[in-house]
Design a binder for this molecule. Structure first.
Ligand SMILES: [Zn+2]
Length: 269
């Protein structure tokens, strides 16, 4: 069935645009989740500080329940993105890949922070929850749930960017590496140029991410070949228009995100 295979570079371009939009949409929804948990406690959110490459947050007035505050991001914002996976199940179009990536990329990156929370002192929502008394095993199992759902959604909808279980492992590797790694490289470059991040640390992080993406590519090929459910979505024909529209929407979303953000140096805590 080689005739249904599109060009890997076009698939990678569509995946990169989808990842760029999805990752940032997830960031916004995560912060919105925190905001909702602040609003239900009668607190006031001063605004949103959103950035594609730096930490995002929603500064607020004091709220009494910090457990609810830290839970809000992943529990409301993160879990909410699963609705996009159901939407894509109904309308199987490459144009829905950015929303699919909000779910897949969001849950996969969140799961990583949940896994490390019991073992490190890095300040995250999940480490804060453990400090407040949440059992580390619960955070770890929550990470496992996000990992399984994120991985399932990612692999299930890869045909919307032109990869199926019949595609070669090389195509899986090319599309997934080129469809995600440039964003990580961009983030590290931004930090080096603006925040004096050290080059050696940035290179090792990019290498680590390249290896993680290679494992993801191997898993997507291997699991889609073995689990019939992961072959439920038909391969979509990918056109240049898909990539152009997705990139335009991603760029507009990031510009909008930066415009609504209050400047970091104006934050009153
Ligand atoms: Zn958070």
């Amino acid at each position: 069935m080689r005739d249904e295979e599109g060009k890997p570079l076009l698939s990678a371009l569509l995946l990169l645009g989808s990842f760029t939009f999805g990752y940032n949409l997830h960031t916004f929804l995560h912060e919105l989740g925190h905001a909702i948990s602040i609003w239900v406690q009668g607190g006031t959110v001063h605004g949103f500080i959103l950035h594609p490459f730096l930490a995002s947050y929603a500064p607020s007035t004091y709220v009494p329940d910090h457990v609810l505050l830290y839970l809000g991001g992943a529990l409301i914002g993160g879990t909410g993105t699963v609705l996009f996976a159901f939407l894509a199940w109904r309308y199987r179009s490459p144009y829905l890949m950015p929303l699919v990536m909000a779910c897949a990329a969001g849950l996969l990156t969140t799961s990583r922070w949940m896994f490390v929370a019991p073992f490190t002192d890095v300040f995250t929502d999940y480490h804060s929850l453990i400090t407040l008394g949440a059992p580390p095993v619960v955070i770890f199992l929550w990470g496992l749930l996000f990992l399984v759902v994120g991985l399932t959604v990612f692999i299930l909808y890869l045909p919307l960017v032109g990869i199926s279980h019949r595609s070669s492992l090389v195509k899986h590797l090319i599309v997934i590496e080129l469809g995600i790694l440039p964003y990580q490289v961009g983030a590290r470059l931004y930090c080096i140029l603006t925040a004096d991040a050290d080059l050696q640390g940035a290179v090792s992080r990019v290498m680590y991410q390249a290896v993680a993406l290679a494992i993801l590519a191997c898993l997507s090929k291997w699991l889609s070949g073995r689990i019939p459910f992961l072959r439920s979505v038909e391969m979509a024909p990918i056109r240049k228009t898909h990539a152009v529209v997705v990139w335009a929407v991603a760029a507009a979303f990031i510009i909008g995100m930066l415009l609504v953000s209050i400047p970091r140096d104006m934050v009153v805590t």
